[in-house]
Design a protein around this ligand. Structure first.
Ligand code: PEP
Length: 248
């Protein structure tokens, strides 16, 4: 089964619209790999500027979060309809920073995943353990549970089209990358649990990314693993090094 590789940048809360525009024009010129899908998940305020700036290239634009309602009295939130209309085709859901700082539970993540899929936006569902949980030996159990809850209510066909990102919390923004074996072990466990619930054929289609201090030097080895279909890249996606990651 050939799964198309995906390299997704997560800019987090960085770059103003004018900085974003400038950076994307430079990035466009540096990308040479036509086999991988390239995505930048940008702050909501940058979406319009970036959608314009990527025109004429294969770079897609994603969001970093969305609300699970379509409209109404939810001050400060962004609706999937707004994201879609602005040119967004992917949305990161349940990033560990949102779980930690904005109290997103597995149940909220599930509501957002269901709404994104219903609205035709592909969710990149983040799962992963803290250092404490890894040391306690519960990584695989925890990630299996996070995955099961996040995807609850989706059909097999829908699960085949979403993306799951395994992001060990201890590796995000720390410069400590999981070894390719550690990353592969958990990505394989995610594929297994999807297989148990939605069937093996579905699981073979779902793309699973690794995220956590991916850079131009370690990307090739991580992406060569059987169950790793690309990466979710934070810090390095704000530099032209992102092109090296895609090109590898
Ligand atoms: C992320 O923000 O999802 C991430 C993986 O960050 P970093 O690459 O900086 O560790």
């Amino acid at each position: 089964m050939l799964r198309k590789r995906l390299v997704a940048g997560n800019w987090k809360m960085n770059l103003t619209p004018s900085e974003a525009k400038k950076f994307v024009s430079e990035l466009k010129g540096a990308l040479i790999n036509k086999d991988a899908e390239v995505l930048v998940c940008v702050p909501d305020i940058d979406i319009t500027a970036v959608s314009e700036a990527v025109s004429g290239s294969d770079i897609k634009v994603g969001a970093q979060n969305m609300y699970f309602e379509e409209k109404g009295a939810f001050t400060g939130e962004t609706s999937p309809l707004m994201l879609k209309d602005a040119g967004v085709c992917y949305v990161v859901i349940g990033h560990s920073e949102r779980r930690a700082y904005f109290h997103e539970t597995d149940e909220i993540v599930n509501k957002k995943v269901l709404k994104a899929v219903e609205q035709g936006i592909v969710p990149i569902v983040c799962v992963g353990e803290t250092l404490d949980q890894r040391e306690q030996g519960i990584t695989v159990d925890l990630v299996r549970l996070q995955t099961k809850i996040a995807l609850k209510g989706l059909t097999e066909k829908q699960v085949a089209e979403i993306v799951v990102a395994y992001e060990p919390v201890w590796a995000i923004g720390t410069g400590k990358t999981a070894t390719s074996e550690q990353a592969e072990e958990v990505c394989a466990a995610i594929r297994n649990v999807i297989g148990e619930v939605y069937g093996k054929e579905t699981a073979e289609k779902t793309r699973i990314l690794y995220g956590g201090s991916v850079n131009g030097k370690n990307a090739a080895e991580l992406f060569a693993m059987e169950n790793i279909d690309g990466g979710l890249v934070g810090g390095a996606s704000l530099k032209l090094e992102f092109a090296d990651i895609v090109n590898c």
